[in-house]
Design a protein around this ligand. Structure first.
Ligand code: ATP
Length: 261
């Protein structure tokens, strides 16, 4: 079994007197699709916030190892932009695009990190060559095409249908060249057909880029069909992890979550 690319160990997160995460362990390996599920308020978004630098865990370790070399870096307390630079990209439960920018510009922003950061430095100093600027545009256009949004290239993101905005968020996240893509409720607000197409897109991305993917999702059909492994949070505690089959048959999960849906 390969080394983990993300290894979360004994993470607690307190908000005043509330313990939102309690001794949480979780591992993601190269090329895995891992889902995090649980009832409303279980702590799922808090978990994403703790591993992407929006919150610092109260205690515990968040270790990342992009190349699965066995030499992870501890990222507790690192700022979100530093976490992105390390190769962890994220989408949000409530879409966070730049509404007045076009789809293409939104994706170009994503290229700011990593691969094209030097070019962006040159652009900001008016020193980039035409070819360098074109490389950023070409890469952004390619990503838009990959997620099926080529017809929206010059559309401002606020004018795009909701399901397309969700895809645009994924394209922008991919533009940072991540090793780990974190998706917070990617299917929220989508109809069954859109959800199916999204699932195909995500599975295809994993294949194409050898990505690891972690998603928070309430759509159980999608989670069960696309995940390699599933973790279940309940009241801030990880109550189960396993394959979709194991999770579906787990009595604690049925009681806490699946039984309620
Ligand atoms: P949902 O499925 O509804 O999105 P969730 O599993 O993502 O829920 P969180 O949003 O992580 O749950 O919330 C977990 C708990 O932590 C809740 O009790 C919530 O009220 C609390 N919480 C989250 N963020 C904060 C904060 N900034 N300050 C205080 N409490 C918070």
């Amino acid at each position: 079994m390969s080394n983990p690319v993300l290894n979360v160990k004994a993470v607690d997160k307190d908000f005043g007197g509330i313990r939102a995460l309690d001794d949480v362990d979780l591992v993601v390996r190269q090329n895995e699709i891992v889902a995090l599920i649980g009832p409303n308020g279980a702590g799922k978004t808090t978990f994403f916030n703790c591993i992407t630098g929006i919150y610092t865990p109260t205690s515990g370790d968040v270790l990342v190892d992009p190349g699965a070399t066995g030499n992870p870096v501890r990222i507790n307390g690192k700022k979100p932009n530093k976490v992105t630079e390390l190769g962890m990209a994220r989408t949000f439960q409530n879409i966070r695009l730049f509404p007045s920018m076009t789809a293409l510009e939104n994706v170009m922003i994503g290229t700011h990190c990593r691969t094209h950061s030097a070019v962006w430095g040159a652009i900001s100093r008016n020193k980039a060559t035409r070819a360098e600027e074109q490389a950023v545009i070409d890469r952004s256009y390619e990503l838009l095409r990959l997620v099926g949004l080529e017809q929206y290239v010059n559309e401002s993101s606020a004018n795009m249908p909701y399901g397309k905005q969700r895809r645009l968020e994924i394209a922008r996240a991919l533009a940072t060249d991540p090793f780990l893509l974190l998706l917070d409720e990617p299917a929220a607000g989508m109809n069954p057909q859109e959800t199916l197409e999204l699932e195909e897109l995500i599975v295809g991305l994993r294949q194409r880029y050898s990505l690891s993917i972690m998603l928070i999702e309430h759509d159980m059909k999608m989670v069960m069909s696309m995940s390699d492994r599933i973790y279940v949070l309940d009241y801030g505690r990880m109550i189960a992890d396993g394959t979709p089959r194991e999770i579906a048959d787990n009595p604690a999960v049925i009681k806490a979550y699946l039984g309620e849906s």
